[in-house]
Write a new protein. Sequence first.
Length: 456
Amino acid sequence: SVPRCYLNKQLATMRVLKGDPAELSCTVSKDNVTGVWFKDGLKVGSLSLLLPLDSNSKGLAFHLLHQKLEESKFGRGNSSAQPSFYNCACISSGTVSQLVTKTVSAPNLGAGLGLELALSLFIFPDKPQPPAGPLKIAESSANNITIQWKPPKDDGGKPVQRYIVERQQVGRNDWETLGETPRSCTSFTMSTVEEEMSYYFRVRAMNAEGVSDALESGEVKTAGKASPGAPDPPKIISASRDTITISWKAPCKTGISQIMGYIVQKRKKGTVTWLPVTNVPVRDKKLKVTSLKKGVQYEFRVAAVNAAGTGQPSDPSEPTFAQDPTKSPGQVQDLKVSSSDSTSVTLMWNKPEVQDGNDVKGYEVEVKRCNSLSWTKCFTLPAQSTSCKVQGLQAGEKLLLRVRALSDGGPGEASELKACAGAAAVVSPRLLIDDTVKSFLVIKAGNPICVKIPFE
C-alpha cells in the first residue's frame, strides 16, 4: 500500500495587526507532493500570496507569506497535499528576490490521501498611518496659507474621524494647533499669518484607536503685502485762518510696486468721519489744505497708493486750529533769587510785556545742574504765579535756572540766571550741665585737672 502523508507541523491560529506581515506554514511527512493554498474554499492565485517550498529532514514545508495584511486578503485558509506539479518561488529577507517556475513529476498517491488544514486570522485595528504626502501648499499670500494632503493609505482598520493641523514658526521649538478638519476635508486654510514669515506645517490623522504620526511640510514663507504700509502721522508745518500745511514721509513698506501718490483726508476734532482733501492722489509729500473754517481744530491722515491699490492710512496728526499764528510772549522781567538755603533756591520774576494776541497762559521753569549738559523741567505754573521754590539741592551746589512764558503762540524766550544753594548754617554747641557735673574738685598740687562736660 502507498504510505499515507501526515502532518509533522500543523497550522495554528494567529493574531496579526492590520498592516503587519503574516506567514502561514505547515510541514508534511512526504517530499514528493505539491502544496496548494486555499482561502474560504477557493484556491489562492494572487501574486501577492506566494507559495514557496523548502525541503528539510522532516519532510516538506509549505509557506504562505503576505507582506501587508488586510481584512479582504484572509478569512479562513487551508492547504491540500496532492500529487501534481508545483511552482517554486525563492524568498529572501521577507521580500521576493527571484521567481522561477519548475515542472516535476510525482507518483500518484491515489485518491483520498490528501490532507486538509484550517486556521483563522484575527486582524486587530490600530491607529492610522500618516496622511499621504506630500503636504502641498495650495495658496500662500500675505493674508493666508492653504495646505492640502491625501487620506492615509491605511486607516488602521477603523475609519479616519478627523485631521489635526499644526504649525511651527521657523526658529522656534513649540508647535501650535491651528484646528481640525472632518475626514471628508483634506485641506486647511489659516488666516492668522504674518507677512514675510516662515513656517512649518504638519497634519495627523485620527481614528478611534489613536492619532497617527505626522506628515510634515518643508519651510513655507508667506508673501509680502502687495499694497503699501501705513506712513507715519503727518506733521503740521504752518496754519492760518483758513489753511493748514502738512507734510509726511513715505511708508517703510512700499508693497510690490512704486508708490504713485497719496490719499489725504481730514476731519474735525471729535468727529469720526474722514473726508477726502483732493479728488486725485497727491504726488508730493507736502500739501497746503485750504478752505478750512476759522477757529476749528482739524486732524489729518494720509495713505500711500501703488499699482496694487491703496494701503493702510496713517494715524491722525496732532489736532491743529485753523487760525492766524500768534507771536510768542516776550521774556519774563526781573528774574532773581529772592532767598536760598542749603537745600533750596526761591525765584521771583515779573510778567513779560503784553503784546496783541499773545496773552501769557503760564510759565515753565527749568534747571541745569553743574554736572549735567541738559535742562530738566521743574515746574509748569499758571499765569498768576510769578515765583517758585526749587528744592532738593545740596549745600553750596551751583546751578543754572531759566524761566519762560507760555502762550497760544508757543513758548517765549527764556530768561536765565546762575544760582547757588546756601552753605550749611554753623550751629554753636550747647553744653549739657546737670547734676552729673561736679561743682567742686580737690586736686593734688602738680596733677592735671580733667572736667567732663557733655554737649550737643
